[in-house]
Write a protein that binds this ligand. Sequence first.
Ligand code: FAD
Length: 427
Amino acid sequence: MNPEPTPAGQPDVLVVGGGIGGLSTAYALSRQGLRVRVLEQAPEYGEVGAGLQIAPNCTRILAEYGLLDEATSLGVVPENMVMRDALDARELTRLDLRDLERRYGFPYMVIHRSDLHGIFLRACERAGVELLNNQVVVGYENVEGGARVLLQDGRTESAPLVVAADGLHSVARRALIGDEVVNSSYVAYRAAVPIEQVKDNGIAEDDVTVYVGPGCHFVQYALRGGEMFNQVAVFESPKALAGQEDWGTPDELDAAFEGTCDTVRKGIPLMWRDRWWRMFDREPVETWVHGRIALLGDAAHPPLQYMAQGAIMAIEDGWVLARHYARLAGAAPSLADPDWDGALAAYEAVRVEHCRRVQTTARAWGELWHLDGEARLRRNAIMRARDARDYSFTDWVYGPTALTPAEEPEMFTPIPLSSATVEQPVA
Ligand SMILES: Cc1cc2nc3c(=O)[nH]c(=O)nc-3n(C[C@H](O)[C@H](O)[C@H](O)COP(=O)(O)OP(=O)(O)OC[C@H]3O[C@@H](n4cnc5c(N)ncnc54)[C@H](O)[C@@H]3O)c2cc1C
């Protein structure tokens, strides 16, 4: 690397990537009085896509940041989360989200991802975070007293801490770990349309509904105070399984949902057809911190989306890092010399295991959703037998974000499919 120090002065923290993970972390650290600079490659800050579900383990943090009211005013707090079989539309299980809010103290809500991103962007601006664009980071290295990044235009930037929140295809991850993304062969189509367009489709406007089917699933919920309706269609691509380059195309979308129930089939023509999201994750890794370079968000732990926790984990990461910084700064003799090594070790000690659990559960959850044949019937029987007030499957993830490994709750005990009595298919 050819060191050419930036003329703008050195911040306390450099955050690479201005997605939800990068911005929320920048905000969390700036609340501690730190000078934070965000380096984003895109010419503008923004988010592509449609809705995001945010569970109480995230709304709890938004409340602490003073951002929850803004989020609820822009989003929707649904009444139920209902899971249905995508073939026969029968209800399998549900969460009463009002009851869930009473249990965890904070709402389960849905929001347009650009609205959540905008909330963090405005919070960063108010907090004085330096938000730079057109900053393509191509290299990282640890240096005396911190770390340095190399930009595509040859400049360098350095700080006592560099947080790499550069997403699924992270340059930092490639440099520090060198692993490959794992292709699930599943692809997501999204759409957010005016609610009028779907009123006659048999939708449940006040619920999050997830239709699970063989090799596919379909998610629906209202957005923006109920004015819009969000849909996500996910399926396993035969072309991906056959090793073809051109996979996940709209013809595959149509074929994947052909045998599904009315409401799902009516939703498919509304999906955006000019872009789709191939679904990758990575194997969990145990080391996210390399000297003063820390991976965060999807760069550290990209999940498959079946737990709807990817953005939430990124927000939790920043909250945990800032909390440990503050704890150690309070104990430090001088604020000018923060114990970053201590804060990073504490961050890694608790977040790696939590996110590993979410990543591996998301894979297992996806397999369960996409079952066919007798396994599907066994799954349905187990889900139907679940007591709607049984929170043993959510306590480990929707409760307060752990700051230490000792605070991390026990996981649930999976119910084996073999324990179910097979029901006769509905004619
Ligand atoms: C279909 C789908 C549905 C989802 N639903 C949910 C949900 O309901 N709930 C939930 O919590 N999560 C959900 N997620 C996951 C969530 O979107 C991601 O986990 C989250 O956005 C990751 O945020 P991030 O900031 O870590 O990464 P990103 O959003 O990928 O941001 C990375 C940023 O870094 C920038 N960048 C990249 N490389 C460089 C570079 N070299 N130099 C400078 N900048 C760079 C990028 O431009 C980008 O702005 C979903 C994902 C998908 C695909």
